[in-house]
Design a protein around this ligand. Structure first.
Ligand SMILES: Nc1ncnc2c1ncn2[C@@H]1O[C@H](COP(=O)(O)OP(=O)(O)OP(=O)(O)O)[C@@H](O)[C@H]1O
Length: 244
């Protein structure tokens, strides 16, 4: 179980906290989507979860142990994908896994085939399309054999058709991985497609609302009602921020 308790974080001592006091839990293999206005702290929360940012206060635990990348394999697909331009696709994919002592060329080959990357393994990131770069970043994250998978607006730079395809593929691969998922997104549809829990974040990184998402296909009417409610809550969160 992922457990976040009384989390507080800021980037500089002179800045107000981005996350003021956040607590939530997520079961193993569970999924949480973070929706919210730009600047409310979605990426900051992901950075806290993957250890890029250290909290000023509070606790991050995974299965009762402190959540650190050394103890818990974490896969991150950051905004902009974070590929190293001087390394080939193959090197980019294996680099992170190698750092944690688990380079697995056979796993890369099979994942590359699933993701349509086989012919691109010797290319460099600047020679890739946005959709290809996104799939490389996903391959790199999955090769970590993550128990926690963090996706930061992974489809936002893709055109509608490419994004829809990438979403379907990413959803299957995530489910096969069994990882616990936290996804930051601006798309209500994306949150509904991926996550069993959906949080609407507001100022101070607060969860203004936290919803259970009905199973896909189980109750389409309930899903449509939830989509409408999320739309209203997002508008209210944006308006609140503008007024504040
Ligand atoms: N490296 C940084 N140094 C200082 N402040 C930062 C840094 N990164 C983010 N911030 C600030 O922290 C706040 C939250 O930013 P964050 O990127 O977490 O928001 P977000 O909800 O992910 O936004 P978006 O939807 O636009 O990606 C913003 O006010 C932002 O300016």
């Amino acid at each position: 179980m992922l457990s976040v308790r009384a989390l507080k974080a800021r980037y500089r001592p002179s800045d107000p906290p981005v996350i003021e006091d956040l607590s939530f839990t997520l079961p193993d293999g569970g999924s949480l989507a973070l929706l919210g206005p730009s600047g409310c702290g979605k990426t900051t929360l992901l950075h806290l979860l993957c250890g890029v940012l250290t909290p000023e206060r509070g606790e991050l635990r995974f299965d009762g142990e402190p959540l650190t990348p050394k103890k818990v394999p974490i896969g991150l697909v950051p905004q902009g994908y974070g590929l190293l331009p001087w390394k080939t696709v193959r090197e980019n994919c294996l680099f992170a896994a190698r750092l944690r002592g688990g380079e697995d060329a056979a796993a890369l080959d099979s994942l590359a085939a699933r993701l349509g990357l086989t012919a691109l393994l010797r290319r460099y990131p600047p020679e890739l399309s946005g959709g290809q770069a996104q799939r490389v970043a996903l391959a790199r994250a999955l090769l970590m054999r993550p128990r926690l998978l963090l996706l930061d607006e992974p489809f936002s730079a893709l055109d509608i058709g490419t994004a829809a395809e990438a979403r379907t593929l990413c959803h299957s691969l995530w489910q096969e991985s069994g990882a616990t998922l936290v996804l930051a997104t601006h798309q209500i549809e994306e949150a509904l497609c991926f996550a069993r829990r959906i949080a609407v974040m507001g100022p101070g990184g607060r969860f203004l609302a936290l919803h259970e998402n009905p199973e896909a296909g189980a109750d389409d009417l309930r899903r449509r009602v939830l989509a409408a409610k999320l739309g209203e809550e997002l508008r209210a969160a944006r308006a609140g921020e503008a007024a504040g």
